[in-house]
Ligand binder design. Structure first.
Ligand code: PXP
Length: 249
């Protein structure tokens, strides 16, 4: 679905699997949530297959690849195991994220600048196979420039720090982080990178980020799945979409 200003919404369905796995049941089914998200206007579906399979599992990726009508953005750590899985499925996009086993969620961005050589070799076969390669990075000039040098097509800017500062009421620091995100969006685009953003976004924090003209896609999960408890997934997605379009208009 093409949206005003070409800002796409990728809906991350990881936490549907979190609820399912909490009881080891067959429900709720992430593919069913993904299809509902599609109907409600999601432009893509995002899923993170973590090394410890704490939410999405291998069978979920198979089901999403077979059952989705919109593109799958497959989030993964830069490991050999994940590269093999991505090359087997060839999803529309792979987003390389840092992963630490003990973290609750993806903390911080990928260290591209210090791992330039390794990551350049890591992403080359993914690109050759036809995946769009995205790197999940902090709003940091060294990371943006390294991402461009190694041939990534996309950078996804980590909005987690901005959202945390908002939640903690540290508004001056939040605004400074928002400025950094804005500057790095423009810089990344000037280097030929497509710009995405995500992590921790809510109805309260989405608009300033959606307003950056360079940002082409937002990936949002935890808040939408949480909000769906109260208003349902289609209504949560519709409202997020409305706020994104309002910010863009
Ligand atoms: N983008 C990336 C790269 C992520 O790792 C995540 C979390 O899996 C998200 C976006 C979505 O973050 P949230 O679930 O906090 O909206």
């Amino acid at each position: 679905m093409t949206q005003p200003g070409n800002l796409r919404l990728g809906v991350n369905i990881d936490h549907v699997a979190t609820v399912r796995n909490a009881r080891g049941s067959a429900y709720p089914d992430p593919l069913r949530a993904a299809k509902l998200a599609e109907e409600a206007g999601a432009d893509g579906i995002t899923a993170h297959l973590r090394e410890d399979r704490r939410h999405i599992g291998d069978a979920d990726i198979e089901a999403l690849m077979a059952g989705l009508s919109v593109p799958l953005n497959f989030e993964m750590a830069a490991t050999n195991e994940m590269q093999k899985i991505a090359l087997r499925h060839v999803p529309h996009a792979v987003c390389i994220v840092p992963e630490k086993r003990e973290e609750r969620t993806t903390e911080g961005g990928l260290e591209v600048a210090r791992e330039e050589n390794r990551l350049a070799h890591y992403i080359a076969p993914l690109r050759e196979a036809g995946c769009r390669v995205s790197l999940f990075i902090a709003a940091d000039i060294a990371q943006v420039e390294a991402a461009a040098r190694i041939g990534a097509q996309v950078v996804e800017l980590h909005t987690g720090a901005y959202c945390d500062l908002h939640a903690e009421g540290r508004f001056d620091e939040r605004d400074a982080e928002c400025d950094r995100l804005r500057e790095m969006s423009a810089h990344a685009q000037s280097l030929g990178l497509e710009v995405h953003a995500g992590h921790g976004l809510t109805f309260d924090t989405v608009k300033p980020i959606a307003a950056f003209p360079e940002v082409m896609e937002l990936n949002i999960g935890h808040f939408l799945i949480a909000e769906s408890i109260f208003i349902g997934l289609p209504a949560a997605i519709t409202e997020m979409r409305r706020l994104m379009d309002e910010a863009r208009a």
